[in-house]
Ligand binder design. Structure first.
Ligand code: ZN
Ligand code: ZN
Length: 352
């Protein structure tokens, strides 16, 4: 008997994304089959589509910010039942290395090595731009009843923002600057406020996104095409600089601005992924400023589970971020809407 078929967005090789019929996968031990309902388009999708990813096993199905409902259970699964609403987490560390053992599974030392048990769903192995996805049950979180499948696609992003705010150690009363008003930045600004920041500034280039930042509680916004963000923030802080800067644009120039503007002795969290190219980071600023500069790798330290609770309690807003919806068949268009920031696009969701 031939296997049942489903539609999926398969990356045959970098630059060759194809929506076609593939077999519905079967869950093995410890795995769950999920009927995917929605999947968010992310900046890293564009990188994967065009250049592939470290450790990717081609061909594979893309998509890593998805929600759905449990359709079938493999043997040796204990935590979910058929029909449960779930949200996925893409990183599945090896569980054995030093980092995994202390909860830093997004920085797994066996990253990209499938033979050592590492899987990054939608990056190196099959993900959620498909009607069904098989995933270890340990990668699933219960989706709260008051959260739609579409809203739930933001959990992975919000988990990155929460981890960034924690790694950069935002304290009550801090002046926080967030560089880059994409979904990660806009969520980080709100979570910084939740953690007690006295003032939050968001900088960027696109007016609709800066408007969204103000709507979501930012005290100040800076359009970097019109003003120098370092000068503006220095002025606003009486020449001292913000206590914490979170770089969420993934731009080398913004990384340099972050270390230039932050208060001496302050913290900088780098969560944006600048991809190719060499940073022009003047390290003298870091040394002379006695700065704490930290990298933030995705949704580390189980931040997904914790941010799910915050989102479920409406501790911050997500609705203004969900700007566009498409069907799976229109994934290429969904990606280009996101890539070109058409019609003020912030988060683009693909319904499946
Ligand atoms: Zn993502
Ligand atoms: Zn590991």
């Amino acid at each position: 008997m031939s296997a049942e078929k489903m539609k999926a967005a398969v990356l045959n090789e970098p630059g060759d994304l194809e929506i076609r019929d593939v077999d519905v996968p079967e869950p093995g031990p410890g795995e769950v089959l999920v009927r995917v309902r929605a999947c968010g388009v992310c900046g890293s999708d564009l990188e994967i589509r065009d250049h592939g990813w470290e450790g990717a096993e081609f061909p594979f199905i893309m998509g890593h910010e998805w929600t759905g409902e449990v359709a079938d259970l493999g043997p040796e699964t204990y935590h979910f039942e058929v029909g449960d609403r779930v949200a996925s987490e893409p990183h599945d560390g090896c569980g054995m290395c030093r980092n995994c053992k202390v909860g830093k599974y997004t920085a797994c030392l066996n990253y990209g090595d499938f033979s050592k048990g590492h899987q990054h769903h939608g990056f190196t192995v099959d993900g959620g731009y498909a009607h069904y996805c098989v995933i270890p049950e340990s990668n699933l979180h219960e989706l709260p009843d008051n959260m739609s499948y579409q809203e739930g696609t933001l959990l992975t992003t919000a988990a990155c923002s929460l981890y960034a705010v924690e790694r950069a150690d935002v304290s009550a009363g801090d002046f926080v600057a967030v560089l880059g008003p994409g979904a990660i930045g806009l969520l980080a600004a709100q979570i910084a406020n939740y953690r007690g920041a006295s003032e939050v500034l968001v900088s960027g280039t696109r007016e609709p996104r800066l408007e969204a930042a103000r709507e979501l509680g930012a005290d100040y916004t800076v359009n970097i095409h019109e003003e120098d963000p370092v000068e503006r923030v220095t002025e606003l802080t009486d020449g001292v600089g913000p206590d914490v800067v979170i770089e969420a644009a993934g731009v080398h120039q913004a990384q340099q601005q972050a270390v230039e503007m932050v208060r001496r002795g302050g913290n900088v969290g780098l969560v944006g992924n600048p991809g190719e190219g060499v940073a022009e980071l003047d390290t003298q600023w870091i040394v002379s400023g006695d700065l704490d500069v930290v990298g933030v790798k995705a949704e580390g330290m189980n931040s997904t589970q914790r941010v799910t609770r915050l989102m479920s309690k409406r501790e911050f807003e997500t609705e203004p971020l969900l700007t566009h919806e498409y069907d799976l068949a229109d994934l290429p268009e969904a990606m280009s809407t996101f890539e070109n920031r058409e019609e003020g696009a912030i988060k683009v969701v693909v319904n499946i």
